[in-house]
Design a protein around this ligand. Structure first.
Ligand SMILES: N[C@@H](CCC(=O)N[C@@H](CS)C(=O)NCC(=O)O)C(=O)O
Length: 221
């Protein structure tokens, strides 16, 4: 039995949830609140004091990308070709620093200030806008249309799709849905992934009221 432990939002846990669902592994989605997170931390259950973690019969794996690489092997989402597999890793590692742009705003309790900073991050020239621009450029260069130019969907796609589009769900104050319209290749990519039969099936019970509405086909039309 595998247990994915994360907060009750898509965030850094969603790609692994999708991969687990596609893997055929026996798994449980464990969603915790802040109090339970602190308890796990105090008990020494978190190798790097953060979530997500994946609990396996051999021990706990931390770091969202490490978890995803592990599950990806069971889900057939890692290319067998060594070069393509390395490009998948490159894409995921490349996303790290860009994805962290937003992290600085989570600790800001004053709402107005948080909104102001987030708006700035997504204005052209802001750290998050720069990140989206690079993703958009990379997608325009991909011949297959998949994030790392692989023959088929990979774990890099699960990470890119879930982490980028979750930003626009309305869950993060200060991040406007309209921002994504500046990135035509990301919009095209959204439709490719959202309409992939594996992804469509995975989100078939999600409605437009759900926090995961941004993963549905046509979400940004
Ligand atoms: N590099 C880590 C970052 C994980 C991370 O930032 N986790 C956040 C939630 S998204 C967390 O546990 N925050 C609680 C804290 O830092 O106290 C990964 O990708 O797994």
């Amino acid at each position: 039995m595998h247990r994915l432990v994360y907060f009750g939002v898509p965030g850094r846990g969603e790609a692994s949830r999708v991969a687990l669902a596609l893997s055929g592994l026996n798994w449980e989605d464990v969603e915790v609140n802040g109090e339970q997170f602190n308890e796990m931390k105090e008990n020494g259950d978190l190798p790097w004091n953060m979530l997500p973690v994946l609990q396996t019969q051999n021990g706990t794996i931390a770091e969202s990308s490490a978890i995803l690489r592990y599950i990806g092997k069971f889900a057939g989402l890692i290319p067998s070709d060594a070069y393509q597999a390395a490009k998948v890793d490159e894409f995921m590692d490349g996303m790290g620093p860009l994805a962290r742009g937003l992290d600085t705003t989570f600790g800001i309790s004053e709402q107005e200030e948080r909104i102001r900073l987030r708006k700035e991050l997504f204005l052209p020239g802001g750290k998050c806008a720069d990140g989206l621009k690079i993703y958009d450029e990379k997608l325009s260069q991909s011949k297959s249309g998949w994030a790392a130019n692989t023959d088929d969907m990979s774990i890099a796609d699960l990470k890119l799709f879930t982490e980028v589009f979750a930003l626009f769900s309305g869950n993060y104050d200060g991040i406007e849905k309209s921002v994504i319209q500046r990135y035509p290749n990301l919009l095209k990519y959204h439709e490719k992934v959202a309409n992939d039969s594996r992804i469509k099936q995975h989100y078939s019970n999600i409605t437009t009221e759900d926090i995961r509405w941004t993963f549905l086909p046509g979400a940004f039309n």
